[in-house]
Every structure is written in C-alpha cells, then in structure tokens.
Design a protein around this ligand. Structure first.
Ligand code: BES
Ligand code: MN
Ligand code: ZN
Length: 492
C-alpha cells in the first residue's frame, strides 16, 4: 500500500508534484499551481498553455524539470468544481499517480478541495498504485514502479485524515480481493483460500470453515457434485462481523460469493484458448472476503455475514457427468445438463444454508456466472437481478457513488420454463437465449423468498486495460460497491 500522509498545503521543495486543477477560471484549486508557477518563474503556466491544458475532466499534462527543485509537475483536470463527484476526484488521484513517474516520493496537491475530497483523491491514488508482485523474481529495478510515499497537500487536514481512516480500510479490502483473484490456481485452491480467510480473525472477524465431511452431512449435493472431480477438497467459509453492538436486534446482512478457484468446465470442458482466465472464477468470493475485511477494518456499525463456497471444477474419472441428478441442500433435485454451469450449483447450497442459518435481512450474491452477462453489458456495468426494489435502488445508487456501476436485469415467470427438466425439479442450463437471466432464475429457487440480489460480475472482475483507479488485471470489483451500500443504508 502506498504510504500516504496528509500535510497542510505548502509547496514541496523537491521531487514530483501532482496538481488537481478544476476547469473554472480563478478556481481555488489553482493555489498550488500559482505557487509552483511563481517559484519557477512562470515555467509551469507557459508549459500548460502550450499543452492547451484547461482543467477539463481527465486532461493530463506533464512538465519535466520546471525548476525550483521539482523533478516533474503533473497537472490533472477535474472538470467544473461544482460537478466534481467522489468518483471524478478518485479518478483524478489515480490518473495523477500513474503519471508521477520515477520518484520514490511525491506530493499531490488538493488545494481548494474539501478534506473529504482530499481523502477521495488519496484513495484513488492508492487504488491505482496496486500491483501484484509475488511471482516476479527477475524484474530490473528500473522496470519497477518507484513511488512509495505520497504526501497529500490539503487545506482541511483533520477532515482529510479522518476520511482516509475509512478509505484506507476499504483500499485494504480491495487489495485483498485483487490479491486473491491474481493468485494462480495451483496456489489458490479451496483449502488455501480458506486459510487466507482465517487470517481475517486478526481484524476481529469470526471465521468458521466447513470441509467436505460437514457439507456431505448437511446434504450439499449440488456443491459437492461440482467438487467431486477435483483432488482439491472443497470448503465453505462463514465470516461474521458483529459491529452493531450488543443492543442491536437487527438481523444481519448477508453476502455470498462464488468461489470456483479454477473452472475447466468439468466434463463439459472449455476450449483451451484463454482457459487460464478461469482462475478468476472465484472473484465473487474474493469480493465478499475483501468486503468483510473492509467492514471490519473500518469497524462498520452493522452485523454482517459473508459466506463463500470454494470448489475447483475439474474433469476426472470421478467428475460429475452431464445427465447426473443431484439433490441440493434445499431438497430440490437438479439435472446437471452442462457441468460448466457449475457456479449456480455452488451458490444454490450456500444460499440455502445462509437463509436457514442466519435468517438475514437480505442476501446479495456475487458471481462470475455467465459469459452471456458480458455479451449483454460488456465490461462497464455489472448486471444484477433482484426480487426486492429497495435493494435494487440501493445497489444502483451505491454503484453511481462508488464508480462500480450496476444495472438491473429482469426476473420474470416466463424464463422459468427454460430450466424445466424432464426428470428432476429443474435443470442447470436454460439454453443460449437470455443465459444470464435463466442463470438468475435458477439461483432464485434457492433464496426461499428472502429479499435478495444476484450480481453477475463476469464482465467487471477483470480489467483488460488500465483504468484511472484500477490497473490492468484483477479489479476487486464489488468491495467498493457493497461497502458503499452498507455505509449509506445500514449504519445510520
Ligand atoms: N465461469 C463461467 C462464466 C464465465 C465465462 C465468466 C466466460 C467469464 C467469462 C461459468 O461457470 C460458465 O462456464 N458459464 C457458462 C454457462 C453455460 C454452460 C450455460 C457460460 O457462460 O458459457
Ligand atoms: Mn463454468
Ligand atoms: Zn464458472
């Protein structure tokens, strides 16, 4: 994690300086620019003029060695100050950090912004600076990013510092999710993933791990059917955060994640090309684990349970076959037509367990569930399904403020016939049309009427190119969205 400190606005004497500048003429965000410009005899304003930098949103200009001991000045446009959102300020912080270059320390000037906005800029900067370095043993020093320390210059020191206490905890949660998704599938099998969950007890979470014996005894026929083809043992992990205090009588909120540590497709095997991407098929579980870390890290005043179903989907002599019928924990039987539609089988048992055991206020599940979701919405929005309008509104709003956008998709009686089986209560695929919707229709049969939403994050769990606050790779998508949803609706 980038080492971030906040200091009263003052021009640094050396190193790199990033300036967040609004488009408005005479905006107070120009104070640091004016100071640096005076110290460099107008070199910065001359360069910005040539670069046609006006402060438009997303604009970026870099000035090398302008004088006054500065190695470089990076100017990032914020757009009109009155239009600035949490996301646009975070994006500016991230864009600035990506342009800061080769100095180990740098300053980020947020003059003219509020303390809360300074904290948002810091969060954006931290999120963009993430890198998964565990398996690089030979990278040359000059190829490694150097920035380790960022001082954020702010007019509202106390508020900025306070905002960053929570921001930092959320960033830690996002990084945990990104680390888990980045890990190769030979390392991060279900047992190892459960071990990583156990480490969260250090944050004050209660962590309970169930193994195959427990799950067979409970009757998790759907999850265990997926797991049986792999020599890696499955796990279910239940993480509990009690932050509401002893007087609270409210039921917990519940988050459930699909944790397929590798999805070969099973006997309905996937094509070889690109199959390595399927290490990310535990991103739903990764997001739930990261969310629990974030909530505990910032001591959220709410009771929450996080459950993840962890399996590996492999073909083998012991793998389940197309045509098998399994009995889920709910008692409902499922004809497995395609062993590659495994995520819904895992979620079926974990969701049923969750509502039985915790009677939660609501359940939200996250899963890299269908390629069809990517066809529908691409990589900009995740799609979600909900049986409850209040949850739907909360997700949509939290999406806008966190920048992790989510769009509601329909659930409707008409889709049910697609998953009708000739010999069991349902089958696990509904054919090509509306593949993301029929998958959601399947999952809905295991929520037992509880308020529920299902987020299909197949398109958003991985970034194929750099974004302002997300470097290429695992995004940790969902941690920020759900942290916002909880903070804005359930901690008041
Ligand atoms: N994990 C995949 C979904 C997926 C596919 C995510 C491609 C990201 C990119 C899931 O388990 C799966 O294989 N789904 C099948 C369902 C089909 C067999 C009904 C799919 O989407 O092709
Ligand atoms: Mn699959
Ligand atoms: Zn899958």
């Amino acid at each position: 994690m980038l080492d971030i400190t906040f200091v009263k606005s003052a021009l640094p004497k050396s190193g790199a300086l990033a300036l967040l500048i609004a488009e408005d003429a005479n905006s107070p965000t120009r104070a640091a620019l004016d100071a640096a410009d005076a110290a460099t005899d107008g070199a910065i304003s001359r360069a910005l003029k040539v670069a046609e930098f006006t402060g438009k949103k997303g604009q970026l200009a870099t000035i090398l060695a302008p004088g006054a001991g500065l190695t470089r000045v990076v100017a990032v446009g914020l757009g009109k100050l009155a239009d600035a959102t949490v996301k646009s300020v975070e994006d500016a912080g991230g864009t600035a950090v990506a342009a800061l270059g080769r100095d180990a320390t740098a300053a980020l000037a947020t003059c003219g912004l509020t303390g809360a906005q300074a904290a948002s800029a810091a969060l954006g900067a931290a999120l963009r600076r993430y890198r998964f370095d565990r398996y690089r043993t030979k990278e040359k020093a000059e190829d490694k990013p150097k920035l380790v320390k960022l001082s954020v210059l702010t007019d509202e020191l106390a508020r900025a510092k306070a905002g960053w206490v929570d921001g930092r905890a959320v960033a830690e949660g996002v990084f945990l999710a990104r680390d888990l998704v980045s890990e190769p599938p030979n390392v991060l099998h279900p047992v190892e993933m459960a071990e990583r969950c156990k480490k969260l007890t250090a944050l004050g979470l209660k962590v309970e791990v169930l193994g195959p014996k427990d799950m067979l005894k409970l009757g998790f026929g759907a999850l265990m059917g997926v797991a049986q083809g792999s020599t890696a043992e499955p796990r279910m992990v239940v993480m509990t955060w009690n932050g509401a205090g002893p007087k609270s009588k409210a039921k917990p909120l519940a988050f459930i994640g699909k944790g397929v540590t590798f999805d070969t497709g099973g006997i309905s095997i996937k094509p070889a090309g690109g199959m390595e991407e399927m290490k990310f098929d535990m991103a739903g579980a990764g997001a739930v684990i990261g969310l629990m870390a974030a909530l505990a890290g910032r001591k959220a005043k709410v009771d929450v349970v996080g459950l993840v179903g962890l399996v590996e989907n492999m073909p083998s002599g012991n793998a389940q076959r197309p045509g098998d019928v399994v009995t889920s924990y709910s008692g409902q039987t499922i004809e497995v037509i395609n062993t590659d539609a495994e995520g819904r089988l895992v979620l079926a048992d974990v969701l049923w367990y969750c509502q039985q055991k915790f009677d939660p206020r609501f359940m939200v599940d996250l899963a890299t569930l269908t390629g069809a979701m990517i066809v529908a919405l691409g990589h900009e929005y995740a799609g979600f399904f909900a049986n409850d309008d209040a949850i739907s509104d909360q997700l949509h709003e939290a999406g806008k403020s966190s920048g992790e956008l989510a769009w509601r998709m329909p659930l409707s009686e008409g889709y049910e016939k697609a998953i009708k089986s000739d010999i069991a209560d349902m089958k696990n695929v509904g054919g090509r049309p509306a593949g993301a919707i029929t998958a959601a229709a399947f999952i809905q049969r295991f929520v037992n009427g509880k308020p529920w939403a299902h987020l299909d994050i197949a398109g958003t769990a991985w970034a194929y190119s750099d974004q302002p606050t997300v470097p290429k790779g695992a995004t940790g998508w969902g941690v920020r969205l759900l942290d916002r949803m909880v903070a804005d609706n359930f901690e008041k």
